[in-house]
Design a protein around this ligand. Structure first.
Ligand code: PLP
Length: 404
C-alpha cells in the first residue's frame, strides 16, 4: 500500500492548494475563481462531437469542461492519489454515470449488501430492467464476495464505511479477489471516510466515488459528486457519462465545494472527536441497545478500521431498546441543536431514523442470510447520527435531554 507521506505534501496543504491556477506576482490570495459560464469563445476549431475531445482541447462548453470544475477535479484527484478526476451534479449522477458506462446488456454487477439506499434502488429498478443482473452480497465477508463474481461480472461496487450502519469492507482483501478477474473493475464509494480517512486507490481500487454533498463540501449548501481514477478511464467517462448523460456540476456549486474542501482535514478531526464522545455517551445510555462507530473498540470491525482508516469520520449509528419510531418522533420534537434531517457530513449535527422493514422493502434485495446480517446491526431501525462541529458537551446535553 502507498502511504500518503510517500507522495509529497500533506493532505491539509493539498486541500488548500492542489490544482490551483498558478499564482502570478501581484495576484490576490483569494478563493479559487468561480467561472460561472456555460461556454467560452474558442480560438481553435474544437469540433462538436464528444469523440473530438482531446486532452488539450481548451474549455469551450461547460458540459465538456470548465476551469472551476477543473480545479476541483485536480484537487480531489491529488487528495485521493488518482491520476485524474471528474465531477458531477450529485453523488448519484457520478454513480449512475459509472454504472451506465461500465455495464451493458448481459453484464453482472456485484453490489455490497449494505449501501446508500439510492444506489441499491438504481441497481434494482433501472439496471435490472435493462438486462443487467445484480447481486447484492455481504462484501464485508471476502469469501462471499469472491463467490458472487461470475464470468459476466464487470463491476464490483462497495461502500465503506457503509451507510447507514457503518459496516466496513476490507479493501485490500477484496481488491485482490476482484483483480484475479481482469475484466472486473472495483469501485469504492468513500463518501463517509473521505480522503482524510481512507484512500481506496492505495488498496487497489480502480475508481473512488464521492458524494461531494457530504463531508467534502461540508456545509450543506451544494450537491455534487466525483469519480477519481486512471487518466484514460476518466477521459472515457467524461465522454460517455458526463458529456452525453449531462449531469454536470454547476461552477458555483464547484466553487462552494472548493471552499468547503479547504477546511476538510480540520473538520474531519473535529467530526471524529465529537463522534467519539457521542459513541461513549450512547454506549452507556440505558435506552440504547447498540451503537456503531468504527473508531470505537466496541465496533466489531475495529481492527480493520485501525488498518484502513486514518480518521474514523463523524458518522455513528445506534439502536434503542424501545420502539424506534416513537423515539424518532420524540427526538424530532425535542432536539434543539441536532437537526432531524436526512443528510450527513454537514458542519451542524444531524440525526435520522431508518426503519429496517422499510429499507429492506424499498431498497435492498437481500438473501435471508444478508437480511439477518442487516438486522443484526440495525435491529428494527437505526438512528444515524452525523456528529457536527459543535462543542461536544453541548451535543451530548442535547441528546441526553431528548432521550430522557
Ligand atoms: N453515497 C453515499 C454513501 C451517500 O450517503 C449518498 C447520499 O446520501 C450518495 C452516495 C448520493 O449522493 P448525492 O445525494 O450527492 O446524490
Amino acid at each position: 500500500m502507498k502511504k500518503q507521506t510517500d507522495v509529497g505534501p500533506g493532505l491539509s496543504t493539498l486541500s488548500l492548494h492542489a490544482g490551483s491556477l498558478e499564482a502570478l506576482a501581484g495576484d490576490s490570495v483569494t478563493q479559487s475563481p468561480n467561472f460561472s459560464t456555460s461556454f467560452h469563445t474558442t480560438p481553435d476549431d474544437v469540433g462538436f462531437s464528444a469523440s473530438d475531445l482531446k486532452a488539450d482541447t481548451p474549455h469551450f462548453y461547460s458540459r465538456w469542461s470548465n476551469p472551476t470544475l477543473d480545479i476541483l477535479e485536480k484537487r480531489l484527484a491529488t487528495l485521493e492519489g488518482a491520476e485524474a478526476g471528474l465531477v458531477f451534479a450529485s453523488g448519484m449522477a457520478a454513480i449512475s454515470g459509472l454504472f451506465f458506462h461500465k455495464l451493458r446488456l448481459g453484464d453482472h454487477l456485484v453490489l455490497c449488501a449494505v449501501c446508500y439506499a439510492g444506489v441499491a434502488e438504481l441497481a434494482h429498478e433501472y439496471l435490472v430492467p435493462m438486462g443487467i443482473t445484480v447481486t447484492q452480497v455481504d462484501a464485508s465477508d471476502p469469501d462471499r464476495l469472491a463467490a458472487a463474481i461470475r464470468p459476466e461480472t464487470r463491476l464490483v461496487h462497495v461502500e465503506t464505511p457503509a451507510n447507514p450502519v457503518l459496516l466496513l469492507t476490507d479493501l485490500q482483501a477484496i481488491s485482490q479477489i476482484v483483480h484475479r478477474h481482469p475484466d472486473v473493475a472495483l469501485s469504492v464509494d468513500s463518501t463517509i471516510a473521505t480522503p482524510i480517512g481512507t484512500r481506496p486507490l492505495d488498496y487497489g481500487a480502480d475508481y473512488v466515488i464521492h458524494s461531494l454533498t457530504k463531508y467534502i463540501g461540508g456545509h450543506g449548501d451544494a450537491l455534487g459528486g466525483a469519480i477519481l481514477g486512471r487518466r484514460d478511464e476518466i477521459a472515457a467517462l467524461r465522454r460517455a457519462s458526463l458529456i452525453h448523460q449531462g449531469g454536470v456540476l454547476s461552477p458555483f456549486s464547484a466553487w462552494l465545494i472548493l471552499r468547503g474542501l479547504e477546511t476538510l482535514p480540520l473538520r474531519m478531526k473535529k467530526h471524529e472527536e465529537n463522534a467519539r464522545a457521542q459513541e461513549a455517551f450512547l454506549a452507556d445510555h440505558p435506552a440504547v441497545a447498540s451503537v456503531f462507530w468504527p473508531g470505537s473498540p466496541r465496533h466489531p470491525q475495529h481492527d480493520l478500521a485501525k488498518r484502513q482508516m486514518r480518521n474514523y469520520s463523524g458518522l455513528l449509528s445506534f439502536t434503542v431498546k424501545a420502539d424506534g419510531r416513537s423515539y424518532a418522533r420524540r427526538l424530532a420534537e425535542r432536539l434543539r441543536l441536532v437537526s432531524y434531517a436526512v443528510s450527513l457530513g454537514k458542519t451542524k449535527s444531524l440525526i435520522f431514523y431508518i426503519p429496517t422493514d422499510d429499507i429492506l422493502r424499498t431498497s435492498f434485495r437481500l438473501t435471508k442470510e444478508d437480511e439477518q446480517l442487516y438486522r443484526s446491526w440495525a435491529g428494527e431501525g437505526v438512528f444515524r447520527v452525523s456528529a457536527g462541529l459543535e462543542d461536544s458537551a453541548d451535543l451530548i446535553a442535547d441528546i441526553q435531554q431528548a432521550l430522557a
